[in-house]
Design a protein around this ligand. Structure first.
Ligand code: UT7
Length: 324
């Protein structure tokens, strides 16, 4: 029997219209444009309108990716949405997107792995396509992090933004998605988290507000180490030298974390796709938006070897090596 692989047929993204600059943040908290740029690399981020939800962003990115792939709603037979900011507890955002696209019956998942959500989703969808269960999968990373950001906390509010990115995956005779490597370690859960949910509600005695909580300095160090390890693991699993990688598409959390990963790959920064200056950290949306950016501006070409990686709350992490 012929081995089936999965391949990215098209990419898409959607950013809400409203832009919040570092100068805007200077008016809101005790910070400076200089500090934010020097410590993070971020200049501005997009923020969803009050009536815009994660499903709105996800739908727009999905339509963009489907148009690029030449896929019709009737072609889609699997929907995966990586998000930590779903519209509601259930139905999952995948079901909401499915209904808006006028598709009925195919499986639709929400997948919660914080910033690694898209790569976790890509890995699952790759398996569906590779074993013949799906022929045309929509994989989306979408977030409205602004809804769980404490806009009076300068240590977190300067970091996050909203957006969505998507890819359409289809079958191929040669690997498009070559290998995915996922990991998690719950021992580090206290470094980056949102304290409340449905089962664990905020109680009167709780001192933390219903916002993202982060021990930035500590997670920074774990991020650098973990990403170095996953880059090595991906190269070793595929018996590839570092020079083989054409493009690095990293999770856009902090320019200094990205520089450390590029250094591990001995890769010049011109070969690293950076969007954090304009997008901030959009969690699960960051990798697919960066991928789409470099595909559309012509940097990433068909046949290029691309390494995607992400790291986030959980802790979770993942990489995907793709031949675009
Ligand atoms: O997406 C998931 C993964 N995300 C991450 O892994 C994020 C990782 N962490 C980071 O990106 C960085 O740790 C931050 C950007 C969050 C912080 O940068 P840092 O260089 O680690 O700064 P710091 O937390 O060590 O703080 C240095 C100083 C502190 O002041 P003191 O104690 O030295 O007087 C902070 O209070 O900077 C201060 N500070 C700020 N100053 C101006 C913290 N936030 C701000 C701010 N503006 N927004």
């Amino acid at each position: 029997m012929t081995q089936i692989y999965s391949k990215i047929l098209g990419t898409g993204r959607f950013l809400p219209e409203r832009v919040l600059t570092n100068a805007d943040l200077e008016q809101m908290v005790d910070t400076t444009d200089e500090w934010i740029q020097a410590r993070t690399g971020i200049k501005r981020r997009h923020i969803a309108a009050d009536d815009q939800t994660t499903a709105d962003l996800a739908e727009a990115a999905a339509r963009d990716a489907m148009a690029a792939a030449g896929a019709e709603p009737g072609d889609i037979d699997l929907i995966m949405v990586g998000t930590t900011t779903p519209d509601q507890v259930f139905p999952n955002v995948g079901c909401l997107v499915q209904e808006r696209l006028g598709i009925h019956g195919c499986p639709a998942f929400g997948l919660e792995a914080a910033c690694s959500g898209f790569i976790y989703g890509l890995s699952v969808a790759d398996r569906f396509v590779a074993n013949g269960t799906a022929k045309c999968a929509l994989v989306i990373g979408a977030e409205t992090l602004s809804r769980m950001t404490d806009w009076s906390d300068r240590t977190t509010c300067v970091l996050f933004g909203d957006g969505a990115g998507a890819v359409v995956l289809g079958p191929a005779e040669v690997p498009g998605v070559i290998s995915c490597h996922l990991g998690a370690d719950g021992r580090y859960q206290d470094l980056l988290y949102h304290p409340y949910g449905t089962s664990r509600k905020q109680r009167p005695e709780d001192t933390e507000g219903p916002f993202i909580q982060m021990r930035g300095n500590e997670i920074f160090k774990v991020a650098v180490k973990t990403l170095e390890n996953i880059v090595d693991e991906t190269l070793e699993a595929n018996d590839l030298p570092r020079e083989a990688i054409d493009w690095l598409v990293p999770h856009q959390a902090n320019i200094r974390i990205i520089q450390a990963t590029a250094k591990r790959l001995a890769m010049p920064m011109e070969k690293v796709v950076l969007t954090l200056e304009d997008h901030g950290n959009t969690s699960a949306a960051s990798v697919p938006m960066a991928l789409d950016t470099a595909v559309r501006d012509g940097r990433i070409q068909r046949g290029d070897l691309v390494l995607l990686e992400a790291f986030g709350g959980g802790l979770t992490w993942g990489s995907a090596l793709i031949r675009y």
